[in-house]
Structure formats: C-alpha cells, structure tokens
Design a protein around this ligand. Structure first.
Ligand code: PA5
Length: 524
C-alpha cells in the first residue's frame, strides 16, 4: 500500500537528472529527517577533496600517485597539457586502429579480416571490458565477436580457445595489463600464444598490448613487433580504467560507440561535481551507503539490475567498491577494517534464488535496484494486454515494496535504456560515489595493498613449489621431509598442498598414506 506519507517522501527525495536520463530514489532508505543536515560538514569535506583530486592532487598518497580517471572523459581537465595530449592521442589511436581493423587495412596474415577479439587481462583489466561488452552486444550486428581470458585457469583458457577453434586465424588478441607484470595475464598470454603456434600462426601478427610504457609487457610487445601498443597511464587505477584504452579498445573493436561512452561519463561527472547534495546522485549514493552501513560496512550492498544486459554490473561494482573501500587502515594509520561487501546478479531471476532470504531472513543488507525504463523487444503479449517486460517491471516494483514492507532498505537507480552513453553514466556515477565515500570514512580508496600482498604470496608459494621439485628424488619422502630438506619445515602444510597438486596432475609420483603425514612423494 502506498501511503500519502511515502508518496511525499518519494517525491521529496527523488534525485532526477534529465540530462542523464537518470533518477535515483532513496525514499526507501530509513534515514532520519535531519540526516543530510547532520552529514553536511562531512560531505562538504568530501567535495573539497574531490575537487583537489580532479585538479591533480596526489590523492593516492600511499602510492604517490595522482588519480585521474575523471580526465579520461574530459581531457581539458587534466592538470597539464602533456596529460591532455596523451589522453586525446590515445583515443585517436584507438579509433584509428579499430577503423583500420574493421576496414581490413590491418589484417591477419592468413585470413581476409580479423573477426574475433580475445581480450586477456584480470581484475581491473577485465571486469570493466567484460561488463561493457555484455551490456552493449548487438547479436548479429557487432563488428567483431569478443571473448575473454581473465584467469590463470588452464581449463578455462582451453574452453575459451575451443570456442575460437577454426577461427584463430581471424582472431586479434589484446593483452591488457597496467603493470605489465601480472602473472595471471602473462600466463593467459603464454597459453594463448601456444595455441596460435600450434595452429601454425605467428602470434605477434595477432596481438596488441594495453600497458604502461616501459612495462615488462610493453618491452615484450616492442621486441616481438606486436601489431600495436596502447598506453595505460600511471595515474589511472585498474578498477577505474574502463574509460581508458583498457575498456575503450575492446569496445571500439566490438563496434561500440566509444565517444558516447565517454560523453555519458563526462556528462555524469558534470552533474556529480555539484556540491548541492540533493542534486548529486553520486553524493546521495555515498551518503546512503554511510547511513545503511553505519560508515563501518555493517550491511552488505546487494546490486539487483532488472535487465540481463546489466548482469555483470554486479561483478564490476563488486570490484570497484570492495577493492576501493576494503581497507585495514584509515588514512591516519588507525586499524579500521573498512569496506562494504557487494554481491548481486539480476532480477527477476534472483527472486527465485536468494531474494527469499532478503525478504524474510537476516536483515544484513541494503539493495540497489537498477531499473531500465525501456523494455526492448517487448511486443509479445503473454496475457491479454500484458508483456514479458511488464512482468519484469512489476517484479522490480513489487520486490521493492515487499522489502520495504518488511523493514528492508533499498534504493533505485533508474535509467532509460542500456546504450553506450548509459554505460558511461553508470561507470562515472559509481566511481564518484566510491571516491566520496572514501573520504567520508577516511580511507585511501585508490590503493590496493591486499591485491599486491596476494600477488606476493602467490610468488612465495611458487618458489616453495620449485624448491620441493628440486628436492624430490626416486625415494619416497613425506611432505615434512621434503620441506625440511629445503629449510622450509615451518611450511609443511603448504608443502603438502603443493605436492598434492603436483601429484593430482601426474607431475610426481605419490604413495597415499592413512594421513597427510604418512603420504609420500617421489619423482615420476
Ligand atoms: O584494480 C586493480 O588495481 C587490480 O584489480 C588490477 O587491475 C589487477 O590486479 C590487474 O593488474 P594489471 O592491470 O597491472 O595486470
């Protein structure tokens, strides 16, 4: 039942931005009447910091870096003419390259044209491109078909390559890695390269790199004479790189109008630069996150787009929010264990899965509905006067009401349609919300020490594996004996796990004992 009071609250708190074809409804969040006034000093401080960041302040102090993703869609904002030129040159390079590939001017040695794109990257070098590709694909109309390798899973890579079987000669690979040193991406590239070699194809004539100038991958691409090298900039973080060459190149090759993506993001930036909180949807999002989670991540964010094309928005936002906000220390060095957990998939599908718990179970979340007004391809009446799109719409509105009726909070972002401009708008909307929230809770939203620690830990584990392999002999030895032989007796459990992996993959021999300590390993 819609009470008059709720209808008033809806109208009072509806942030409507006609220039973006976007509205944000926060009326189903239970903040108090004086909430915005109470938070004004804090959000004002966040606006000031954001303005400094956009002017080129070293906002990522831990890495001594500027944070410039907003310049990508408005290069004139960049703090130096050199940066402006770099951005403009990179977009021009992408557009010229894509046009030449589409026209067959840049072509593979053994086929008429490149028809397939295989993008190899991980994390911030994959999630944005995957989200945009899935959201904007037009089956039968895309200029090139795009696939992704985003993991060092050999079986996963083989599965992707199998889909390209018979078409490798028409496949253009993009290796995307800002740092140029991420092992997962290097591995993906090497496995894919081997497939090209096995097919008798010269990989270097099928591959381009998106990476920082001078990185390891850049050097390799230069040495091997890859088709092209596109820049990634030091001042753009991985998870905010979708509107750099990282996202623009795959999108342009697919045939997406990248100028619309950029102009959508620029228009959203214009709106969300406002210091009038009621008119600024990014600020409202950040303030709602703060309200819902107590500024301490006490509740999870469930992202529920009612549109199949936006399925990967949840995964994209999961990284953007959790990698940015999930921090152990605040900017003063105090232990805070910050973050907001994000998960989601799509409606109405999820109403047949975990939405049961959202409606009736533990109240540890708030929902962000993404509602798309234009249903698209909705001419079939499934009942007299009722379409499938009517159902989708009805399910979204009904779920919002049911959640609120059971004291569950939600917000709704409504966009008109899913096109390149909308994707740019959504990316910019959430990027700025994350930045503002980072200031509200006083953390550096632009570093990722946990990701770096994970990379280091994996390197240490592989070093241990190499040591164990060297210590193996024809005589069976336990994990403890092998670990001790290489001065790693304090890592016996890790040694055991590594040896089990090697044995399961037929790389070493194993005699299974009654317990892990009694199991022994030897050379095959
Ligand atoms: O957002 C980030 O910084 C990370 O997720 C990186 O994008 C990811 O680790 C991949 O790094 P790179 O692009 O350097 O290969």
């Amino acid at each position: 039942m819609d009470s008059p009071a709720l209808w008033d609250r809806f109208q009072k708190h509806l942030c409507s931005v006609p220039s973006l074809d976007l509205t944000l409804d926060v009326s189903r969040m239970n903040f108090a009447d004086d909430y915005f006034a109470a938070m004004a000093p804090r959000i004002d401080a966040a606006y000031r910091e954001m303005a400094e960041l956009e002017k080129g302040a070293v906002a990522n102090a831990d890495e001594n870096r500027m944070v410039g993703h907003y310049w990508l869609r408005n290069p004139q904002l960049a703090p130096s003419p050199e940066i402006t030129d770099e951005i403009e040159a990179s977009v021009a390079q992408i557009e010229a390259f894509a046009a030449d590939v589409h026209a067959g001017k840049i072509k593979p040695p053994a086929a008429e044209r490149f028809t397939q794109v295989l993008s190899i990257g991980i994390g911030g070098s994959a999630l944005g491109p995957m989200f945009a590709a899935d959201a904007l694909t037009r089956v039968g109309e895309d200029k090139m078909q795009i696939s992704f390798v985003d993991n060092t899973d050999p079986d996963g890579i083989a599965r992707t390559l199998a889909k390209l079987e018979g078409r490798l000669d028409e496949t253009l690979c993009i290796v995307i890695t800002k740092s140029g040193g991420t092992p997962d991406t290097r591995n993906g590239m090497m496995v894919v390269r081997r497939a090209f070699e096995a097919a008798g194809l010269d990989f270097s004539k099928h591959v381009v790199a998106v990476t920082m100038a001078g990185s390891h991958m850049d050097q390799l691409a230069s040495e091997e004479g890859w088709l092209e090298r596109f820049p990634m900039f030091d001042w753009v973080g991985g998870r905010t790189s979708e509107l750099s060459a990282v996202g623009l190149l795959p999108a342009a090759l697919q045939g997406v109008d990248i100028e619309s993506m950029l102009s959508g993001a620029a228009a959203c930036d214009e709106v969300t630069r406002s210091t009038q909180t009621a008119e600024n949807p990014s600020a409202l999002l950040a303030l709602m996150w703060y309200h819902a989670t107590g500024g301490k991540g006490l509740k999870d964010m469930v992202v529920l787009p009612y549109k199949d094309r936006l399925l990967l928005l949840s995964r994209y936002l999961q990284q953007l929010v959790m990698e940015s906000l999930g921090k152990r220390l605040d900017r003063d060095g105090h232990r805070v264990d910050q973050g907001i957990a994000v998960y989601g998939n799509k409606g109405s599908t999820d109403q047949h899965a975990y939405v049961q718990q959202l409606r009736d179970g533990v109240n540890n979340f708030f929902v962000t509905f993404i509602h798309v007004l234009v249903a698209g391809h909705d001419s079939v009446e499934v009942e007299p006067g009722v379409t499938a799109g009517d159902y989708l719409n009805g399910f979204q509105i009904g779920t919002r009401a049911a959640l609120f009726g059971n004291d569950r909070e939600s917000m709704t972002v409504t966009v008109r349609t899913v096109d390149a401009r909308t994707i740019g708008v959504l990316i910019a909307l959430f990027e700025r919300a994350v930045g503002l929230y980072g200031t509200l809770v006083n953390i550096n939203a632009y570093n990722q020490p946990g990701v770096e620690a994970g990379k280091k830990a994996a390197a240490d584990v592989l070093e241990l594996q190499n040591g164990l392999c060297r210590a193996l002999t024809d005589a069976p030895q336990s994990a403890r004996a092998l670990a001790t032989a290489i001065d790693a007796a304090d890592q016996v459990e890790t040694a055991y796990l590594l040896l089990e992996h090697l044995a399961a993959n037929d790389r070493i021999a194993q005699l299974v004992g009654d317990t892990p300590s009694e199991t022994t390993y030897s050379l095959k």
